[in-house]
Design a protein around this ligand. Structure first.
Ligand code: GDP
Length: 478
């Protein structure tokens, strides 16, 4: 429920006292400021012949609606957020470790093993935030969910190996995101290192070093011996400065989930990157399709903190459910608003998954046919013998309901297996088992993929069932 008695009264244009009286008739004792559950809201609405769903579910779920634009004078410089990308084995992980180790302060040495998906270091009194998940998969999965997190990409290329397929992928991802690239030519300690070759090869992708008249910074490094790491960090600061990265530290925090998981002891744990505003312990927050209050906050070295400003990664607890990496979050002024928006986003997500991923089932076949969405019903047959599979297929092909026909996309002998289910799932088909059953894996897969599997022992019953479903005359299943 998301409404109090008086809010419901407002929406219905009635007096609270009238609503309270009506509730009493329905056996519900309530006061003006009491929250009503969905059932009570629905009962009252039906008394007044009001459609309840739209107004309550479709609370504005878009974060943009709740974000006030910052006054330019409130904007302050913020640290750059950097992602390290490159081909496998070119040294991304080694570089992330080298950078982290190079800036460990004595006091933090104990907590340095903490991994929260991102870390921050300080160079020349300026901070830099590194996303600690190397590779472009994470980068891209965040972008595909609408989160632009990275300000700057470090493209690691091993000097002894040169440009490889994932190097090209990574640079194309960075280009697509319009993120500036610094090339770190790694493994310079090796005898076989050939940095000129790396530069040469990258010119083909319009990455041209400054020395050659281009505008890309190349830094020769060795993540293993720490050669060039300081120069690399200085170049990051230089590029970041040119970008004039800014945020308003004095507003409700907004940002993105870097990582999230369910912890046995602590419940839902999420690493958030604050992108604007400041996040505080106790804040009411909506994260993706879930919500909660920030219970505890740990920084990247595992220390408890009370607040986190722009470009700071923190691990929080206190969410109702585990969000997904790439989800965005926003802090709300009060807990009730956060809960309302969180619940509305949750419902909306359910509705969206339903409409996007619904697989056909016999129960809704008629609906699809009626709406003209379906020209053929796709079926996979598994049977005990070749003869019975063919007999069933032949009978099914004779069915014609209002021009919609049966299309047997696969038929075979033996138990229904996982590959039958994945084929059905990918092609939106129904599986019929004739004198056979699904094996254990297929059963599990059918449940998760929501594939409709029907088992029969008599041909005419199988035919009858499909025909009835197509005509919308199927008895409900119990
Ligand atoms: P990733 O797959 O890109 O994360 O690569 P890793 O960081 O795991 O490194 C792959 C291998 O290259 C490891 O055996 C590293 O020790 C080695 N390596 C990384 N950087 C250097 C370097 O600068 N010099 C040398 N000689 N080896 C390196």
């Amino acid at each position: 429920g998301t409404l109090t008695v008086s809010e419901l009264a407002d929406k219905l244009n009635k007096d609270s006292s009238e609503i309270i009286k009506n509730l009493l008739f329905l056996g519900v004792m309530a006061t003006k400021n009491q929250d009503l559950d969905d059932d009570a809201i629905e009962l009252i609405c039906s008394e007044y012949d009001v459609e309840v769903e739209k107004e309550i579910i479709l609370e504005d779920t878009d974060f943009d609606k709740y974000i006030e634009e910052d006054d330019p004078k409130d904007l302050k410089e913020r640290p750059a957020v950097v992602t390290i990308m490159g081909h496998v084995d070119h040294g991304k992980t080694t570089l992330l470790d080298a950078i982290r180790q190079s800036k460990v302060t004595a006091g933090e040495a104990g907590g340095i093993t903490q991994h929260i998906g991102a870390y921050q270091i300080e160079v020349n009194d300026k901070k830099i935030t590194f996303l600690d998940t190397p590779g472009h998969e994470a980068f891209t999965s965040m972008r595909s969910r609408g989160a632009e997190v990275t300000d700057l990409a470090i493209l690691v290329v091993a000097a002894d190996d040169g440009v490889m397929p994932q190097t090209v992928e990574a640079l194309n991802h960075a280009k697509a995101a319009e993120v500036p690239i610094i090339v770190a030519v790694n493994k310079m300690d090796k005898d076989t290192a050939n940095p000129d070759r790396v530069m040469q090869e990258l010119t083909e992708y319009e990455i041209i070093p400054e020395d050659w008249g281009g505008d890309t910074i190349f830094v020769p490094i060795s993540a293993l011996t720490n050669q060039g790491i300081d120069e690399l960090l200085e170049m990051i600061l230089l590029v970041a400065e040119m970008q004039e990265l800014k945020a308003n530290p004095n507003t409700h925090a907004f940002g993105t989930v870097i990582e999230a998981e369910l912890d046995r002891g602590r419940g839902a744990v999420a690493t958030l990157l604050v992108q604007n505003g400041t996040l505080h312990v106790g804040d009411s927050i909506v994260v993706g399709n879930t919500f909660g209050r920030v219970r505890a906050m740990l920084n990247d070295v595992g220390k408890r903190v009370k607040e986190a400003g722009p470009s700071t990664p923190v691990e929080i607890t206190g969410l109702n459910e585990v969000p997904q990496a790439g989800d965005q979050f926003l802090v709300f002024a009060d807990e009730k608003k956060a809960r309302q928006i969180g619940e509305a986003r949750h419902q909306q997500a359910i509705l969206e998954t339903r409409s996007e991923h619904t697989k056909v089932s016999l129960d809704d076949l008629f609906e699809h046919i009626k709406q003209g969405e379906m020209k053929a019903v796709k079926i996979i047959i598994k049977a005990d013998t070749q003869g019975s599979a063919e007999a069933l297929a032949a009978s099914l092909r004779k069915i014609d309901v209002e021009g919609v026909r049966i299309d047997i996309i696969h038929s075979g002998v033996g138990a229904i297996n996982e590959s039958d289910i994945s084929l059905a799932s990918a092609s939106n088909a129904i599986v019929i088992g004739f004198n056979v059953r699904p094996d254990v894996n297929a059963k599990k897969a059918a449940e998760t993929e929501k594939v409709d599997v029907r088992l029969h022992r008599v041909i005419y019953k199988a035919i009858e069932e499909i025909e009835a479903a197509m005509k919308g005359m199927l008895d409900p299943e119990y």
